[in-house]
Design a protein around this ligand. Structure first.
Ligand SMILES: [Zn+2]
Length: 199
């Protein structure tokens, strides 16, 4: 596939999973952002700032280099304000090809406790292994990006982490994998919550 065709294709992938994330209620309002690395390039497509994931179209997303410089933005949007930690994930981990930052209600509630997610199911323990929590900083801040970067550097096998009083980050070898990891984190948090109320 030619590079231009590849970028066009991945723009549709990003808008598809953006809408799915909204419809699955993995975020509320205009929160959350998704990105993917265009294979065999040092470029990343990221959802724009200020647009609900429900309404992200293929042309909305912004192509940036690994330093965050805009390379292509057909509708003139700026990339997500969380571009910093998305790019950190790609720089630290060659295996990461997609990143989902979402605000699913049960996982975000657990993130409020400031502790690792309780892995309530065998599947979660086998697949996720550990979902640590990084401290609370303002969305879009350098402090938050630095904190997420440090957590990713500390454990090079992380699939997901919680962000205190904020949301989650899920990583994957492609967008589909990152999306399903985010969904598994939320399902795990929901089961942990139910379990706590049954015991
Ligand atoms: Zn957020």
């Amino acid at each position: 596939m030619k590079k231009e065709e590849m970028i066009r294709y991945f723009r549709t992938v990003l808008s598809d999973y953006s809408r799915r994330s909204f419809l699955r209620r993995l975020i509320g309002g205009t929160g959350g952002n998704l990105s993917l690395r265009v294979p065999d390039t040092d470029t990343v497509l990221i959802t724009p700032t200020g647009v609900s994931l429900e309404e992200v179209t293929p042309e909305c997303s912004v192509l940036v280099d690994l330093d965050g410089n805009i390379i292509e933005s057909p509708l003139g949007f700026k990339g997500s304000k969380e571009t910093g930690f998305h790019l950190s994930a790609y720089k630290i981990r060659a295996d990461v090809m997609a990143v989902a930052h979402l605000h699913p209600p049960y996982s975000t509630a657990y993130a409020g406790a400031g502790a690792s997610l309780p892995l309530a199911t065998v599947s979660a323990r086998l697949i996720l292994k550990e979902v640590p929590c990084v401290p609370c900083y303002n969305p879009g801040s350098k402090e938050l990006a630095d904190c997420v970067t440090a957590a990713l550097q500390k454990n090079l096998n992380l699939k997901a982490l919680l962000m205190q009083d904020h949301g989650i980050l899920a990583l994957g070898p492609d967008m589909k994998a990152a999306y399903y990891t985010a969904d598994l984190v939320e399902h795990t948090a929901q089961v942990a919550y139910f379990l706590k109320n049954i015991k």
